[in-house]
Ligand binder design. Structure first.
Ligand SMILES: Cc1cc2nc3c(=O)[nH]c(=O)nc-3n(C[C@H](O)[C@H](O)[C@H](O)COP(=O)(O)OP(=O)(O)OC[C@H]3O[C@@H](n4cnc5c(N)ncnc54)[C@H](O)[C@@H]3O)c2cc1C
Length: 306
C-alpha cells in the first residue's frame, strides 16, 4: 500500500514529490512518457524564480528530480494506463500490467499543446515555433511573429505579443474570429496586428531557425499562395489535458481539464488531487504548476492525518 502516488514528472509532480517526501509520505512517482514534462522540449527558461541567468528546461527538471530523490521520493519509469477510484484503496494500473494501490493519488499529468501537424513544426520547436506566448514572447522583442488560431486564446496571445514584437500576423483559417467581441475589437484595432483571414499555413522555412512561413489564402474558391517573413510562429489552437484515463471517475470540464474545488487541488473524490496544467486551463506556467504540486502534497498529508 502506497500512501501517496504521484502520476507525472513535470514541475507539479516533482514539487509534490519534494513536499510529500519531506512530510514522510514516502511518495512513489511515475514519470510517464515524457520524463521531466513539457519543459524538456524547450531551450531556455527565464521566468522560473531562482535562476537569475535563466536555465535550460532539461537542467531545471533534472534539478527538481534530484531534489525530490534527495528526500526519498521513489521515482519510477512507467505510464498510468487505467485507474479504479470506485473504492479505497484507489488503484492505478501501470503499463497495462502492474496494479498499484494507494491511499492518495496526485494527478500531475499535464496538458499537451495542439500543433498543426506540419512537417517542419517539430524541427523548429525552440527555434521559432512555440505554443506559449507568455513563456517565449520575450525572445521576440522588436521582431516579427505569427500566431495561428481564431479563438480567445489566439487573440490574447496576439495582443500579448503585439506589446513585445514589432508586428504580429494573426493567421485565421476562417473568414471570421471565434473570439469574444471585445477580444476581436482589440485585435482589429491594434496597430501592430494584421489579421490574415481564410489563410492556412503550408510550411515553415529557415536555415537554422524560423525565417518565414508558406501560406495559402482561399477566397471564392481561388487559392493564392504567398510567404511571410517571420522570426516566431506561435500555435494557439488549444491544449489537450492528459486526463482521459480518469474520465470515468473524475469531473472534467468541457475541454477535459480536471475540475478542482476553487483555491485547492481537491477533485470530486476525497484523497484524489490534481495539480498543474491538467487542472489549469488558465495560466499553464511552470511556477503555477509547481505551486499546485506543493498544495496537493500538503492536502494529501492533511487528508491522511484526518
Ligand atoms: C515549448 C514550451 C516552452 C515552455 N516554456 C515555459 C517557460 O519558459 N516558463 C514557464 O513557466 N512555462 C513554460 N512552459 C509551460 C510549462 O512547461 C508547463 O506549464 C508546465 O510544464 C506544466 O507542468 P505540469 O507538471 O503540470 O505538467 P508537464 O510538464 O506537462 O508534465 C506532465 C507529466 O505527466 C506525465 N504523464 C502524462 N500522462 C501520464 C500517464 N498516463 N502516466 C504517467 N505519467 C504521465 C508526463 O510524462 C510528464 O512527465 C512551456 C511549455 C512548452 C510546451
Amino acid at each position: 500500500m502506497i500512501k501517496c502516488l504521484i502520476i507525472g514528472s513535470g514541475p507539479a509532480g516533482y514539487t509534490a514529490a519534494i513536499y510529500a517526501s519531506r512530510a514522510n509520505l514516502a511518495p512513489v512517482l511515475y514519470e510517464g512518457i515524457q520524463p521531466g514534462g513539457q519543459l524538456t522540449i524547450t531551450t531556455e527558461v527565464e521566468n522560473f524564480p531562482g535562476y537569475p541567468n535563466g536555465i535550460s528546461g532539461t537542467a531545471m527538471m533534472d534539478d527538481l528530480k534530484a531534489q525530490a530523490v534527495r528526500f526519498g521520493a521513489d521515482v519510477r519509469r512507467g505510464i498510468a494506463t487505467a485507474c479504479d477510484f470506485s473504492e479505497k484503496p484507489y488503484k492505478v494500473t501501470i503499463d497495462g500490467k502492474t496494479e498499484i494501490a494507494a491511499e492518495t493519488v496526485i494527478i500531475a499529468t499535464g496538458a499537451s499543446a495542439k500543433y498543426l501537424g506540419l512537417p517542419d513544426e517539430q524541427k523548429y520547436i525552440g527555434l521559432g515555433v512555440s505554443a506559449c506566448a507568455t513563456c517565449d514572447g520575450f525572445f521576440y522583442r522588436r521582431k516579427v511573429v505569427a500566431v495561428v488560431g481564431g479563438g480567445d486564446s489566439a487573440c490574447e496571445e496576439a495582443i500579448y505579443l503585439a506589446g513585445l514584437a514589432s508586428k504580429v500576423y494573426l493567421i485565421v483559417r476562417k473568414n471570421y474570429l471565434r473570439a469574444s467581441q471585445i477580444m476581436q475589437d482589440r485585435v482589429m484595432k491594434h496597430p501592430n496586428i494584421e489579421v490574415l483571414f481564410n489563410t492556412n499555413t503550408l510550411g515553415l522555412f529557415g536555415e537554422e531557425c524560423v525565417e518565414g512561413a508558406h501560406l495559402v489564402r482561399t477566397t471564392a474558391g481561388k487559392a493564392e499562395k504567398f510567404d511571410i517573413a517571420i522570426n516566431g510562429f506561435f500555435l494557439a489552437i488549444g491544449h489537450k489535458p492528459n486526463s482521459d484515463i480518469f474520465k470515468p471517475y473524475l469531473e472534467l470540464d468541457e475541454q477535459g481539464y480536471i475540475k478542482t474545488t476553487w483555491g485547492t487541488t481537491r477533485t470530486n473524490i476525497p484523497g484524489i488531487f490534481a495539480a498543474g496544467d491538467v487542472a489549469d486551463s488558465n495560466y499553464r506556467q511552470a511556477v503555477v504548476a509547481a505551486g499546485m504540486g506543493c498544495v496537493a502534497a500538503i492536502e494529501a498529508e492533511r487528508y491522511l492525518n484526518q
